[in-house]
Ligand binder design. Structure first.
Ligand code: NDP
Length: 599
C-alpha cells in the first residue's frame, strides 16, 4: 500500500547506486585519532594548563566526564544530600562536547527547551528556539555553580585506572596527573562522540600550512569569536574544509563570508532541511513554564517520536516533523486499516516525500546547477544525521566558495601545500577537518581506561561478547559503578540530554536509598542483567543502521549491526516504553534486580 505519487523504485535504485560509490572495505579503520598525527591539534586551545598537587583523599562519588552527564548526575546527587561529588574532566572546564566545540555557528539541532538540561532547576529561559553554543556552555557553568560542582572538580585530568577494592568496598581512582584517591561510587559519562577523528589519508602530517579539527577551533588564526564575531583574519586566505556533516553545515556559512576562497570537500552530501530559528518570547515562556514543564516537554517529545496519536506536539522541531507527517499519512486511512504494516508504509512514504522536498529545496537556493545537483542527498532521512540550516546552501552562492564533490570517494591525499581530490591538487593556506568523532570503537578504548571490578575482572572482558547491563546503567561484578549513556536504555538519539537526565534520576534514587539504609555496596544480580540483555536483544533493531543506507557512523560504516553491537540497541519497544518502565521501577522503591550489601 502506498500513498505517494513518487517513483519509489527509481529513487530506491538511485539510493543504492549512491551508497555503492561510498562503500569501502576498511570501515572504521579508515579514520585515525588526532594524537600522534599532530599533537598540537589535540591540545586544549581554550584554557591554560594549571599545575596542581595530586589528590589522595576519599569522596563519596567520583564522576568521569564534566559534560551534561557529569553535571546532571552531580546536581541530582547534591539534591539527594551527597555533598562530596568529584567530577574529573579532560577539558579545562565543564561542558564536554560544548566545551570543545566552539566552532563558529555551533548550535543545538534539537529544540533548546528540551536540549538544555535542568532549565527548570536553574530558572534559565533559552533565548532562541535552537540555542547557540555559548549559551549552552553557559548553562553548563550555571549548573556547576548552582550545585557547587567546581568544589572538588579536577580539570585537564584523565582517569587512567579504576579499580574495585574488595576489602575496603570502594573504588581506587588514578589519573594522568598522579592523583590516587578513593570513591564509594563511580559514574562514567564520557560521551559517545568525544574522541575527535581525522581521515586516515596519506600525507596528512606533511601539510606546511595551518590545520585544525573543528573541535579545536583556532580563533587566534581565524580571528573572530565563538559568539559570532566575524573571522576577520581569513580575508586573504584560501581555506579548505574537509567534511560536510552536521558540524560543517553550521560553520561553512561563517567561513564562506570571511575567506578569500573556501573549498568545501564533500564525500557524501548532508540532507539540509529548513532551520527556522527564532528568539523565545519571555511572555510565552512564562505562560508555559509552570511546575514540571520540562519533564512534560520531554514526555511530549518522546510521545511524538513513538507510534500512536499524541494530542499535541509541544516541541515542533525538525525531529517531530517527520513523526507528524507519518501520522498525517496514517490519518488519511480509515482506522480499520491502522496496523504496524500500514504504519511502516506511511513512514516510508513520508520519508521519500521529505527527502524529495529537501532535494528540491537545494534547487530553489543554489544558483549553479551542477553544484545544486552535487549537494543533493540520495538516501533516507535517518540514514545519516539530518541537518537543518538556513544559510548553508546559500553559502555556495558566495563568489569565493566552491564545492569540491568527490562523488563518494573522499579526499585522496594531503601534500605540503594542499588537498588532492579527483586527481587534482588544490593549494590552500589552511585545512579545517570537520571529520567528526570516533564511534565504532570499544567503549573502554574510547574512554581511555578499563574498569577492574570484582575478582580482577575487566569491564572489557565482561563485555567481550557485547555490552551487559541492567537498564543500560550498571553491570554485574562492578559494584557501585554507573555508566551514563543511551544504549540498553531509551536510546533516544534525537535528544541525548533526556537519556542523561533520566539516568541521573535513577542513580540518585539508588544512591540515596543505599546511603539512607547504610549499605556499602549495590550491584545488579547476574540474573537481572541477563534478563535485561535478553530483552534488549529480543527487538528487531533500529530503523537506522540499515546496510541499505549510505555508510556512516549510523550503520557502522556500511557494515551493519554485528551481533556484538546489537547489544547497543535500546528497549525493544522504544524510548517511551523504557522511560515508563524505569519510572515505575524507581517509584516502586523495590529496586528489583539490584542487590544491596552491608559492610
Ligand atoms: P560527521 O562524522 O557527521 O561528519 C564527518 C564528515 O567528514 C562527513 O561528511 C564525512 O563524509 C567526511 N569525511 C570523512 N573522511 C573523509 C575523507 N577522506 N574525505 C572527505 N570527507 C571525509 O562529523 P560532524 O562533526 O559533522 O558531526 C558528528 C556528530 O556530532 C553529528 O552527527 C551529531 O550527532 C553531532 N553534532 C551535533 C550538532 C548539533 O546538535 N547541533 C552539531 C554538530 C554535530 P561521509 O559522510 O562520506 O562519511
Amino acid at each position: 500500500m502506498t500513498t505517494t505519487t513518487l517513483d519509489k523504485a527509481a529513487i530506491q535504485k538511485k539510493y543504492l547506486e549512491e551508497r555503492d560509490k561510498r562503500l569501502r572495505e576498511d570501515g572504521n579503520a579508515q579514520y585515525q585519532r588526532l594524537e600522534g598525527v599532530f599533537d598540537d591539534l589535540a591540545a586544549d586551545p581554550y584554557t591554560p594548563w594549571k599545575e596542581r598537587d595530586p589528590v589522595t583523599d576519599h569522596v563519596t562519588f567520583a564522576f568521569i566526564g564534566g559534560g551534561f552527564a557529569g553535571l546532571v548526575v552531580g546536581a541530582r546527587l547534591k539534591e539527594a544530600g551527597i555533598s562530596d561529588v568529584r567530577i574529573i574532566e579532560k577539558g579545562g572546564d565543564f561542558g564536554g562536547t560544548w566545551y570543545w566545540n566552539r566552532y563558529p555557528g555551533a548550535q543545538c539541532d534539537t529544540a533548546s527547551m528540551i536540549y538544555l538540561p535542568l532549565l527548570e532547576e536553574t530558572g534559565h529561559m533559552p533565548t532562541e528556539k535552537y540555542a547557540h553554543a555559548p549559551e549552552i556552555r553557559g548553562q553548563c557553568v550555571r549548573i556547576a555553580n548552582q550545585f557547587n560542582l567546581y568544589e572538588h572538580a579536577l580539570f585537564h585530568t584523565e582517569v587512567t585506572d579504576l579499580e574495585w577494592q574488595e576489602t575496603e568496598q570502594r573504588w581506587r581512582v588514578r589519573t594522568s596527573r598522579g592523583d590516587d584517591f578513593t570513591a564509594k561510587y563511580v559514574g562514567m559519562g564520557t560521551g559517545p562522540l568525544h574522541v575527535a577523528k581525522l581521515p586516515g589519508i596519506e600525507g596528512i602530517d606533511s601539510f606546511k600550512g595551518k590545520a585544525f579539527h573543528t573541535s579545536r577551533w583556532d580563533y587566534d588564526y581565524t580571528g573572530g569569536t565563538p559568539d559570532g564575531g566575524a573571522l576577520d583574519k581569513l580575508s586573504d586566505k584560501r581555506v579548505a574544509i574537509i567534511g560536510t556533516g552536521a558540524t560543517a553545515v553550521q560553520c561553512v556559512p561563517h567561513l564562506a563570508s570571511a575567506t578569500k576562497e573556501l573549498l568545501v570537500f564533500q564525500r557524501t552530501p548532508s540532507s539540509v532541511d529548513v532551520r527556522d530559528n527564532h528568539p523565545i518570547d519571555p511572555e510565552w515562556f512564562e505562560s508555559i513554564a509552570t511546575p514540571g514543564w520540562q519533564q512534560r516537554w520531554f514526555d511530549n517529545f518522546v510521545e511524538n517520536q513513538s507510534q500512536g496519536m499524541p494530542a499535541e506536539d509541544l516541541v515542533m522541531d525538525g525531529w517531530t516533523e517527520l513523526s507528524r507527517r507519518i501520522r498525517e499519512k496514517v490519518l488519511t486511512l480509515p482506522p480499520s486499516e491502522w496496523n504496524p504494516e500500514t504504519m511502516m508504509a506511511a513512514f516510508e512514504d513520508a520519508d521519500f516525500e521529505k527527502m524529495d522536498e529537501i532535494r528540491a529545496r537545494v534547487d530553489t537556493i543554489v544558483k549553479d546547477e551542477d553544484t545544486a545537483q552535487d549537494l543533493k542527498a540520495w538516501y533516507r532521512q535517518l540514514c545519516k544525521r539530518p541537518c537543518f540550516h538556513d544559510a548553508y546552501l546559500q553559502a555556495f552562492n558566495e563568489p569565493g566558495t566552491r564545492l569540491i564533490h568527490t562523488d563518494g570517494k573522499g579526499v585522496e591525499r594531503i601534500t605540503e601545500t594542499g588537498v588532492v581530490a579527483n586527481g587534482e591538487l588544490h593549494e590552500v593556506d589552511c585545512i579545517i577537518y570537520a571529520s567528526g568523532f570516533e564511534v565504532g570503537s570499544e567503549y573502554t578504548e574510547r574512554a581511555g581506561f578499563d574498569l577492574t571490578g570484582r575478582d580482577g575482572q575487566k569491564l572489557s572482558e565482561h563485555w567481550s561478547e557485547g555490552m551487559r547491563t541492567l537498564h543500560g546503567l550498571q553491570s554485574h561484578g562492578f559494584p557501585n559503578a554507573f555508566i551514563v549513556q543511551p544504549s540498553q536504555a531509551a536510546n533516544l538519539i534525537s535528544n541525548v540530554p533526556h537519556n542523561i537526565v533520566d539516568h541521573a534520576n535513577t542513580i540518585s534514587t539508588i544512591v540515596a536509598h543505599a546511603e539512607a539504609e547504610g549499605y556499602a555496596e549495590v550491584e545488579p544480580t547476574s540474573e537481572a542483567e541477563t534478563a535485561w540483555v535478553d530483552l534488549v536483544l529480543s527487538g528487531s533493531g533500529m530503523m537506522i543502521g540499515s546496510t541499505e543506507c549510505t555508510p556512516g557512523y549510523y550503520n557502522n560504516e556500511g557494515q551493519g549491526l554485528t551481533e556484538k553491537n546489537r547489544h547497543g540497541l535500546g528497549h525493544p519497544a522504544g524510548a517511551r516504553a523504557f522511560f515508563q518502565h524505569i519510572d515505575k521501577w524507581r517509584s516502586s522503591g523495590e529496586f528489583k534486580g539490584l542487590e544491596f550489601r552491608k559492610a
